[in-house]
Design a protein around this ligand. Structure first.
Ligand SMILES: Cc1ncc(C[n+]2csc(CCOP(=O)(O)OP(=O)(O)O)c2C)c(N)n1
Ligand code: SF4
Length: 636
């Protein structure tokens, strides 16, 4: 990418607010904060270019983007100053639909701005559940002075997820180009390039955020004009451009997406150097023999691996190593990729999770004349032996072992490399050693309502749901097994019930999940007529992701009315404070309020009622209580 000369550092008064306030210079921030700053920088660039734009951000929380909404709320003042509107979605799918709407603003004469640039955010499963709208939005396109960035929080190691996740293949299925930043500076630089690319190509732009980068901190250059955007000279936009339009028949939208939009993406990536050769032997020196193609966090692993092997940039050049860092991982820009690979003996593709770059590279090189076409290895070597597994995560040591192995295969044994490898292998073994005998199973916080609410009467079993209460799964006495994705709670029972000797099931459902999508699951269970008791755990917070408030009005009386309307045969509210509801509080007809000491008895009553029954367990999250007490908003 083309970068302006940085302004000199000025050391003086420094405030944490500088990360949003400072116009130029260098500021320390995390990846999350960079994503808060990014739309402000876009707005400043637009103003400088004489454009009156607005910004819009919507999505749904989930690690590693769990705290993005918090950071946006904290920066409310700065967002407002920059005409940026943050509207959390009640779920990812609807958030993406609102983002789609922002690109439609300028199709109508009532538009008050020249365009709206938008950011959607969501955890990997949120990307999955939003596929329909992402496909529609990308096919329709972005507006010429708007643009859309689709932030995917990918949890490669399932550190805080029910499944590991990788969004590249999902995005490519929707033909959404994907940027993979490797550090905090690239969140800003590629972010600005991403908006520009979206405007130019009419595509929505996928943007990968993994915890190693988005949760890291760095001192970064923040000048909005730091990135010089270059318009391609080798591609001619069709008259009228590639943006959103109305009407837009589906086959026309497809033709535009498959043809000129994809060509525009590649031309823009080429012109702006998204992908670059980081190390290359000089023409006069050793011929480049081994190429390494990598991206994002795997690029950092590769740099660390080279360092661990004692291979500096100079040494790499002397060994004939060429290193290619890819910024846009789908679609792989073909000209740069071919130039990188041509004439090499071998290319090692180093990428985390399933193969994405490797498959595209092999496809690009397949028809190259055999004498110029390198061997390509990645997930497996030329014999099919797995060397960089798609499951789990890469480590610098694992990468170092592969690089060293390949170097020695081509250049012969090296005592120094062998010695370094032996040291690394010993370290790896130590890390892979069985965990200490006293492993600690995660447990509820002290005073957590779920500690009581997830109990199950003798003779019954329960199914878990997404959220803190899901920890019940690790507590054998709770007889709570199996978890579904967010919003599917209880519905597996619809498939089990006709074939099971069990007559009834309890299903835990957090209030955050209820509001996100859980109500639809209740409707499905009701429609199927199965015997099920939903325990809606109203802890008044989306606790597991940091204690966010619900994304709209939600109260216990409202829940009772909603589930009654869905056909619940009996609804009971169980609480630690039965007297807390003011006189005249409007619950659904027939609702009873019981003390939590009666939880077991209430559950026994409900399980004997055929069909859908609901127990709303009302007690505030203990961590949230502590936070509110500190703020003076909860009684001591
Ligand atoms: C589709 C999807 N989006 C987001 C998440 C991330 N996530 C995991 S738990 C959780 C919060 C659940 O809150 P709630 O249902 O209120 O349960 P609590 O943690 O409060 O017990 C979220 C948003 C997810 N797992 N799946
Ligand atoms: S954060 Fe709240 S809901 Fe989660 S375990 Fe702690 S007290 Fe329970």
């Amino acid at each position: 990418m083309t970068v302006a000369t940085p302004v000199p550092l000025v050391f003086g008064d420094y405030a944490l607010e500088d990360r949003y306030r400072l116009d130029k210079g260098r500021v320390y921030m995390t990846g999350i904060q960079a994503l808060v700053r990014l739309p402000m920088m876009q707005r400043r660039r637009d103003l400088a270019a004489g454009l009156n734009t607005g910004g819009f951000i919507s999505g749904y929380r989930g690690s590693p983007l769990g705290m993005y909404d918090h950071a946006l709320w904290t920066a409310k003042k700065y967002l407002k100053e920059n005409n940026i509107h943050f509207q959390p979605g009640i779920n990812e799918d609807l958030a993406a639909t609102a983002v789609w709407g922002t690109q439609q603003v300028n199709l109508f004469p009532g538009a008050k701005v020249d365009g709206v640039f938008s950011i959607w955010y969501g955890k990997g499963p949120g990307v999955d559940r939003s596929m329909d709208v992402l496909k529609h939005g990308n096919a329709a396109g972005s507006s010429p002075h708007g643009g859309v960035i689709v932030l995917a929080g990918d949890d490669h190691g399932a550190q805080s997820s029910t499944l590991p996740h990788q969004s590249e293949q999902v995005f490519s299925a929707a033909m959404i180009p994907v940027i993979n930043p490797a550090n905090v500076q690239e969140y800003l630089d590629f972010g600005l390039l991403g908006f520009a690319l979206s405007r130019y190509s009419g595509c929505w732009i996928g943007f990968k955020a993994i915890s190693e980068t988005v949760e890291s901190g760095a001192s970064v250059w923040v000048d909005p004009e730091r990135i010089r955007i270059v318009m391609p000279t080798d591609f001619q936009l069709p008259p009228g451009g590639l943006g959103i339009r109305n009407p837009d028949p589906p086959m026309e939208a497809e033709k535009r997406l498959h043809g000129p939009k994809m060509a525009a993406v590649k031309a823009f990536v080429r012109a702006n150097g998204f992908d670059r050769t980081v190390i290359d032997p000089p023409q006069s020196g050793t011929r480049a023999r081994i190429g390494i193609m990598t991206t994002g966090k795997a690029y950092l692993d590769t740099r660390q691996a080279l360092e661990d092997l004692g291979i500096s940039e100079e040494r790499a050049k002397a060994l004939g190593i060429r290193l290619y860092k890819v910024g846009m991982t789908w679609p792989l820009e073909p000209e740069g990729a071919r130039r990188f690979a041509e004439g090499l003996q071998e290319v090692i593709v180093i990428e985390e999770k399933r193969s994405n770059l490797e498959e595209q590279l092999v496809h690009l090189l397949y028809n190259m004349p055999a004498d110029r076409r390198p061997l390509v290895i990645g997930k497996a070597d030329e014999t099919g032996h797995i060397i960089l597994p798609s499951e789990g995560e890469l480590t610098p040591t694992g990468v170092a072992m592969v690089i060293a192995g390949r170097l020695m295969k081509h250049m012969g044994e090296s005592p120094e490399l062998k010695q370094r490898l032996a040291r690394l292998e010993a370290k790896e073994k130590l890390l892979a050693a069985p965990p200490a005998k006293v492993a600690r199973t995660p447990y509820f916080c002290s005073g957590c309502p779920h500690n009581t609410s997830t109990r199950v009467p003798d003779g019954s079993r329960a199914m878990a749901g997404i959220g803190c209460h899901g920890m019940a799964i690790w507590m054998p006495e709770r007889r709570t097994a199996l978890i579904s994705h967010m919003g599917g709670e209880g519905v597996p029972w619809v498939g089990q019930a006709p074939f099971s000797g069990d007559n009834h099931i309890f299903q835990n459902l957090g209030d955050g999940t209820y509001y996100h999508s859980g109500l639809m699951a209740i409707r499905q269970a009701s429609a199927a007529g199965v015997n099920i008791t939903y325990k809606i755990l109203f802890n008044d917070a989306v606790a597991m992701t940091g204690g966010q408030p619900h994304d709209g009005p939600l109260s216990v009386p409202e829940i009772t009315k909603q589930v009654a309307a869905e056909g619940a045969k009996k609804v009971v509210v169980v609480t630690d404070e039965p007297d807390k509801y003011p006189k005249g509080t409007e619950f659904a007809h027939g609702v009873t309020i019981r003390h939590r000491d009666e939880l077991d008895a209430v559950q026994r009553e409900l399980r004997d009622i055929p069909g859908l029954t609901v127990l709303v367990y009302d007690q505030t999250c203990a961590a949230e209580k502590r936070r509110r007490r500190k703020r003076g908003t909860f009684p001591d």
